[in-house]
Write a protein that binds this ligand. Structure first.
Ligand SMILES: Nc1ncnc2c1ncn2[C@@H]1O[C@H](COP(=O)(O)OP(=O)(O)OP(=O)(O)O)[C@@H](O)[C@H]1O
Ligand SMILES: [Mg+2]
Length: 463
């Protein structure tokens, strides 16, 4: 019989060692028990246990230091510290260093077994969902923040897509622009939580998944369909019945799978690998990509028929630098969120004008995710009342080359003012002329993505 899991046990108390070893081995675990801490980290790495039970007080050694080494060497084992009453504080410290849990001596065996089984169960779940994320269990709702025209229009479109219950939506945009946030928003509007019903939302990352797995993850398989198919398995099209599927990074999907996906979308049913039965698909499919799919189609890397199928209903999320008006709003929103999370009420509630100017001027290559992470870091590290320029990292403070130094960057605003739209349009027209109509080149001249340029060209009716 395959052991339930591997456990490494280190305690200088021989009695505890033998008691735990016997009990856990008896339960079907593969146990290695030791009482000598000398050079133990190497032995742990080689044994590669799922769980390490580690005494906090060892002769001549500090259990927390050993834990620190396990963590810093990236050994994936989960560590449970064994402590005595007088070291409860140490246990808290151990959790901060990276322990999964702790047990206080004297412990009863059932307690040990429950903790170990719980850790193994969590690790198993984590493995299973590493690429198949059960987003439905994630109850955190991401509010869509933004007051710029672009966001209003996108939200409006979300409402229409939801009301019409469209079967497929393509969401494009650079990394961190909120593609998943928008997909969830449409899903939520299609299946309002107040209506009581439960609608699954399952995600799969087409780039992160090993190729041989992706097909069975998508479509499922029957028992015995291939060597490793020990039991039948539902694919996510089946599992998401009545809800939604998020196909992340669709641009990375293999061509033969693209053909199968198209078939599923057209016929609205799936067949498991090795199966004979057509199973009806009743799920909204959200496909996202930060690639230029049209370009991929031209290069023969993406099927043109699938592209048209996906593109029937699409949302293009502009990069943050093209809707700078939302930056202060988003920054304040994240300040509130993280002040609450890190329990820092009353601190960092405002942004100084100098800091705000820098935030608005920065290019944000990582878009909203980058802004969110930056604000989180500031909330954790700083303590003042306001966010100040010195709290910001170098890349935000030093603007793009060419805009530093004396004088103002770029053209000067005439006293009479100017229409932003007209100026944008004129710049795009000029860039297209300079680039001889080559959109990719024009986009480079303007420092924007190809997708954004296409969006602008459409917006201004320049086609
Ligand atoms: N409009 C928004 N309002 C508030 N937060 C947002 C908004 N858009 C994005 N975010 C935040 O930015 C983070 C990144 O968004 P999301 O994961 O949807 O990006 P993505 O476009 O899917 O990125 P990737 O291409 O890297 O997968 C989210 O966790 C969310 O916190
Ligand atoms: Mg995403």
């Amino acid at each position: 019989m395959k052991p339930l899991g591997k456990i490494f046990l280190l305690d200088d108390d021989e009695l505890i060692v033998s008691m735990l070893e016997r009990a856990l081995t008896g339960d079907g675990y593969d146990v290695r028990a030791e009482s000598d801490p000398e050079g133990v980290v190497d032995r742990i790495r080689i044994f590669s246990p799922d769980v390490v039970l580690l005494d906090i007080h060892l002769p001549g050694h500090d259990g927390i230091e050993i834990l620190g080494e396990i963590v810093s060497q990236g050994i994936p084992s989960q560590v449970v510290m064994l402590t005595s009453d007088d070291t409860a504080e140490m246990a808290v410290k151990a959790m901060k260093v990276g322990a999964a849990d702790y047990l206080t001596k004297p412990f009863n065996l059932d307690e040990v077994k429950i903790v170990v089984a719980g850790i193994l169960e969590r690790a198993k779940l984590k493995n299973e969902v590493a690429y198949l994320r059960k987003i439905s269990s994630d109850l955190t709702r991401h509010e869509i923040i933004g007051k710029t025209n672009a966001i209003h229009k996108l939200k409006e479109k979300c409402g229409k897509f939801a009301a019409a219950a469209v079967p497929v939506v393509l969401i494009t945009g650079e990394s961190g622009t909120g593609k998943e946030v928008f997909a969830r928003e449409i899903h939520r509007r299609m299946h309002p939580p107040e209506s009581g019903g439960f609608a699954p939302f399952l995600g799969i990352n087409c780039a992160a998944l090993p190729e041989q797995l992706i097909e069975s993850e998508l479509f499922g398989h029957e028992k015995g369909a291939f060597t490793d198919a020990k039991a039948e398995k539902k694919g996510i099209f089946e599992a998401a019945h009545g809800g939604s599927i998020l196909l992340d990074e669709i641009g990375e999907m293999r061509l033969d799978l693209q053909a199968k996906l198209l078939r599923v979308l057209e016929e609205r049913n799936v067949r498991r690998i090795g199966g004979r039965r057509d199973i009806p698909v009743d799920a909204t499919v959200f496909a996202t990509t930060n690639r230029d799919l049209e370009g991929a189609v031209e290069r023969g890397e993406f099927r043109v028929d699938l592209f048209y199928r996906l593109n029937a209903f699409s949302l293009h999320l502009p990069p943050l630098r093209e809707r700078r008006g939302d930056i202060p709003l988003l920054a304040r929103h994240f300040l509130r969120v993280y002040a609450e999370k890190y329990k820092k009420p009353g601190l960092l509630t405002e942004i100084s004008p100098g800091a705000e100017e820098l935030l608005v001027a920065y290019r944000w290559p990582g878009n909203i995710r980058e802004l969110r992470n930056l604000i989180e870091r500031i909330v954790v590290l700083e303590n003042g009342e306001r966010v100040l320029p010195e709290h910001l990292p170098a890349e935000v403070v030093h603007r793009r080359e060419g805009t530093e130094g004396g004088g103002r960057p770029g053209p000067t605003l005439p006293d009479a003012g100017i229409s932003m739209d007209a100026m944008e349009k004129s710049m795009i027209v000029q860039a297209l002329e300079k680039a001889g109509g080559n959109k990719a080149k024009a986009a480079r001249l303007l420092g924007i993505t190809y997708d954004s340029l296409r969006y602008q060209v459409k917006k201004f009716g320049l086609e």
